[in-house]
Design a protein around this ligand. Structure first.
Ligand SMILES: Nc1ncnc2c1ncn2[C@@H]1O[C@H](COP(=O)(O)OP(=O)(O)OP(=O)(O)O)[C@@H](O)[C@H]1O
Length: 602
């Protein structure tokens, strides 16, 4: 409520200033205008209040195309928040922050943001929500199709009380625009799928399309990291569409990019954000390095700065995953067709494939989340007359169906961080960083055990756990081992490793912080610690870098290349950016590619 009041107050001020300003300046072509100001958080301002940004001087003129580039999502996000009226600009621009808006236009509806530094699904949740719902039979209430959701942006909504079947119809003009944009976004084939069934990349494109179609139309679209999670083929198409929309002002676009992203050719100006400063310049200035904010770029995968401890162990480690003709289909639509893949201890894999090729589905089979992970046996889908096809899914040398799912997901077997886990992890008040990391021992979402270090490896799961843990369990000192592991991940991946605000202090300070209060990047680092803390036999890392600051990415990559994962552990990384994989060809990383439902090593 408080922030809503602040927002209203900021925009009210904006409106009054603009009403007076337009008397003198009724033909302003400036889109954004911040003439020499500091930017503060709202709240009690004293002389000692530290500005979020100092000496900002920024003007965006009609005809220019801007990108905001940051070394991490944190400060870049703060600049977007400033544009949305969530931070205080002091002194406030006399002509208003958006001089191009007509006096009657409300900035809260004319300016809109679509941010991909985190996904909105389940945002603000305090309880765990079942992200695996999309893999099974879709519930009636989740059956809103992509088309229905997009039509709603255009003001067309189904009457849920209507007794007869209704057909939603757009005007001829709207239908033409709709079809054209959907085609360019590559979304036409998915229009009648439930939104819940869309892949990450398809969902991202749908969110952009929804913003563009919105009625009343928005004037300025802030798009933060639109390329993250999109495959290489789609990126140029999306950028070209955004360029066209920007040129025709339907709507104008400001892009948010990471500092290692390529700057699209049509971008004319850059605002580089970092170290509480916003440096403004042309695209050329930025490319020549004159706007540097101490942003680093990733070291190449085979960087010698952090030597990989990986040795090529092709076909020697114990089998962790054995897939034989694994298949996944929904109502006759085959997503995975007869996949054969073996993963052994000590191996590092990069799982590749375009948006919608089935990477997340394959991961859900490994995690045992997918109902079809139980049904991988000969002829499960075929008629009795069809010749038998050998088919199985073995995990940790056992048929998947013989391992109870809670045992499978206990941290000593599988450690995972994915966009689904990031979104689904509950943001409960008072849940500390320590509590979140320690849930990694049991693979759950609630801290357990008398000392908050989980319940321990007991019964059945003991026989699957790594030798190191078994020794401790048998020696009765498992709790001590867990405590050491907690300290180890906090030390190696905590703020000191990435030069964060707790850098000078003790890791204990960070461990006691509320998880919900952390930035997106910090939350991701904590969930990465959770995935690694129990030294699982199989580590699954799906798009883990998005939203992390560059220092965090470097720290995480360094740790993974070094002592973070051992020779007795297998790792599968999913990313559309080759340079984000911690290991390079020289380290012996292997690549498994999904294409048209089929998979093979490349
Ligand atoms: N319940 C369902 N019914 C029909 N199709 C589905 C269902 N669930 C998923 N799909 C389809 O399965 C395909 C694979 O989805 P998946 O999320 O595995 O792709 P992905 O390779 O991880 O993509 P991205 O790179 O975008 O994350 C998608 O085309 C998706 O629309």
């Amino acid at each position: 409520m408080l922030s809503l009041n602040r927002l209203r107050r900021g925009h009210e001020l904006h409106r009054i200033r603009r009403l007076t300003a337009t008397k003198f300046n009724s033909y302003s072509t400036s889109i954004i205008n911040i003439p020499k100001a500091n930017i503060y958080p709202f709240g009690a301002a004293t002389r000692k209040t530290q500005p979020v940004f100092t000496d900002v001087e920024w003007k965006v003129e009609k005809g220019e195309s801007w990108a905001i580039v940051g070394s991490g999502s944190g400060e870049k996000n703060l600049l977007f928040q400033t544009l949305l009226g969530h931070l205080r600009i002091s002194p406030y621009p006399f002509d208003g922050l958006f001089p191009f808006l007509a006096p009657h236009q409300d900035p809260t509806t004319a300016i809109s943001i679509v941010s991909f530094t985190h996904r909105p699904r389940g945002g603000g949740n305090t309880d765990f929500y079942d992200y695996s719902a999309r893999y099974g039979a879709v519930h009636e209430e989740d059956k809103v199709t992509l088309r229905e959701s997009l039509y709603a942006s255009l003001g067309l909504v189904k009457d849920s009380f209507a007794e007869t079947k209704q057909e939603l119809k757009l005007s001829t003009d709207d239908q033409k625009t709709f079809d054209e944009l959907a085609e360019k976004m590559g979304l036409t084939p998915f229009m009648d799928l439930p939104i819940i069934a869309l892949s990450n990349g398809q969902t991202r494109r749908a969110r952009i399309l929804k913003a563009v179609l919105r009625k009343p139309s928005i004037e300025l679209l802030l798009l933060d990291e639109p390329l993250t999670g999109l495959d290489v083929q789609v990126r140029p198409k999306l950028l070209s569409l955004l360029h066209k929309l920007h040129q025709s002002e339907r709507p104008r676009v400001v892009l948010g990019l990471r500092s290692h992203d390529d700057i699209p050719e049509w971008i004319t100006n850059v605002a580089a954000v970092g170290n509480r400063r916003i440096r403004i310049g042309s695209r050329e200035d930025y490319l020549q390095g004159s706007l540097t904010t101490n942003a680093q770029t990733y070291a190449t995968s085979s960087s010698s700065a952090s030597e990989s401890t990986l040795e090529s162990q092709k076909n020697t480690g114990e089998l962790v995953v054995d897939m034989k003709n694994v298949r996944v289909e929904y109502s006759g639509r085959q997503v995975l067709k007869d996949i054969n893949w073996q993963i052994r201890q000590g191996e590092r894999w990069h799982l590749q494939g375009t948006n919608g090729s089935g990477k997340t589905t394959l991961l859900s089979m490994l995690m045992g989340d997918h109902p079809q992970s139980y049904t991988q046996s000969p002829n499960c889908y075929l008629s009795p007359q069809t010749p038998t096809i050998p088919r199985h899914l073995h995990l940790f040398s056992h048929p998947r169906r013989l391992i109870p799912t809670p045992h499978l997901q206990c941290g000593s077997l599988i450690g995972v961080l994915s966009p689904e886990i990031f979104d689904a992890f509950p943001r409960r008040a008072n849940m500390k960083v320590w509590d979140v990391i320690s849930t990694g021992f049991d693979g759950g979402y609630v801290p357990r055990g008398t000392v908050g270090l989980g319940l321990g490896i007991r019964g059945e799961s003991k026989k699957y756990g790594p030798a190191e843990i078994r020794e401790f369990v048998e020696g009765g000192s498992e709790e001590k081992w867990r405590l050491e592991r907690m300290r180890h991940v906090l030390e190696s991946l905590g703020p000191r490793s990435w030069g964060g605000s707790e850098a000078q202090g003790d890791q204990e300070v960070f461990a006691k912080r509320n998880f919900v209060d952390l930035s997106v990047g910090e939350q991701r680092m904590v969930l990465l610690m959770r995935a690694l803390v129990a030294r699982p036999k199989l580590v699954l890392l799906d798009e883990v870098w998005s939203g992390m600051d560059e220092g965090m990415v470097e720290a995480a990559r360094r740790y993974l290349r070094g002592e973070g994962v051992g020779k007795d552990q297998a790792v599968v990384v999913i990313t559309h950016w080759e340079e984000e994989v911690p290991w390079g060809d020289a380290d012996g990383v292997r690549k498994f590619r999904l294409d048209g439902g089929q998979g093979s090593e490349v």
